[in-house]
Design a protein around this ligand. Structure first.
Ligand code: CP
Length: 309
């Protein structure tokens, strides 16, 4: 079956098909034509979460239920089984139960890819280590298109802890595919080795990057993954790389503010900006349900074959 493991699996037409399908679902729900679609009745979707999540886990559950699928939520928290073994054993268990789709979050980069070799169902990467989070990139692109229209030539600034951010990696790939111009702004110590080969511009001057930009995406400072990385104090970080009212006002008049959540309020973003009129952070969460409905529907109907193009 097709899987969604990386934003790189989506060419422009495929990505636009997902986003347009999500828009049609949103219109149908908005017009109250449907509350629930019967599309996945009799199919089983397993949410397999080896790492904490609020938004992704709940929105995949809601998305699967709105498509009338049977949903099993598996949270591995507290398991003492070693990760590699437990993943394989769990995969065989899910296989025996006939899961049609497995939504997998794992702290190890590449875990969903390995899982896809052990189960017959479609595997969706719901965030793996510091690697990728493709459905987050899709919901971000959906939100950006809702406000900015066609993303070709649009200037999007992604700011903060790029080193640990699977959200940044997937967004860079998808936004590039959709024709946007991406600028990364981060402390030098929080940029990955190899960023020079990414299809982005890199800047250390947040004010200059924000000037006239169409959107800014603030990243969470991932304190839990900071071991070994030089990390400035919270005060230094906010001064150099935090989004406050003054910096927000450098954006284009129509500019919008995104954050994948969870936020460190007062660190990478001030509450005033996070809750301001140009913030689409809450809308991102709502759009996540619609976009994940589109992904589940298209993957399980065989309409979506990422990487096939
Ligand atoms: N944006 C995101 O992945 O949030 P969760 O970790 O809460 O799922």
């Amino acid at each position: 079956p097709p899987h969604l493991l990386s934003a790189a699996d989506l060419d422009r037409d495929t990505a636009l098909h997902v986003l347009d399908t999500a828009a049609r679902i949103e219109q149908a729900i908005g017009r109250r034509e449907v509350r629930k679609l019967p599309t996945l009745r009799g199919r089983t979707v397993v949410n397999l979460f080896f790492e904490d999540s609020t938004r992704t886990r709940i929105s995949f559950e809601l998305a699967a239920k709105r498509l009338s699928a049977d949903v099993i939520n598996f949270s591995a928290k507290g398991s003492s089984v070693s990760k590699g073994e437990s993943l394989k054993d769990t995969a065989w268990t899910l296989q025996a139960m006939g899961a049609d789709a497995v939504v997998c979050r794992h702290s190890s980069s590449g875990a969903p890819q390995r899982l896809s070799g052990w189960v017959d169902g479609a595997v969706i990467n719901a965030g793996d280590g510091t690697h990728e989070h493709p459905t987050q990139a899709l919901l971000d692109a959906y939100t950006l298109r809702r406000h900015l229209g066609d993303l070709r030539g649009r200037r999007i600034v992604i700011v903060g802890d790029v080193l640990h951010s699977r959200v940044a990696r997937s967004n860079v790939l998808l936004l590039h595919t959709l024709g946007a111009q991406v600028t990364l702004v981060a402390p030098p110590t929080l940029l990955p080795v190899g960023v020079g080969s990414w299809p982005v511009q890199v800047s250390y001057d947040l004010d200059a990057a924000l000037l006239g930009a169409d959107a800014v995406m603030m990243l969470r400072v991932q304190a839990e993954r900071m071991a070994g990385a030089f990390f400035p104090t919270a005060r230094e970080y906010s001064r150099g790389y935090g989004l406050d009212r003054r910096r927000h006002d450098l954006l284009a008049g129509h500019g919008i503010v995104l954050h994948p959540g969870p936020m460190n309020r007062g660190m990478e973003i001030t509450p005033e900006v996070a809750d301001g009129v140009d913030s689409v952070i809450v809308e991102q969460v709502a759009n996540g349900v619609t976009v994940r409905m589109a992904v589940l529907y298209l993957l399980l109907s065989g309409e979506l074959t990422p990487g096939a193009a």
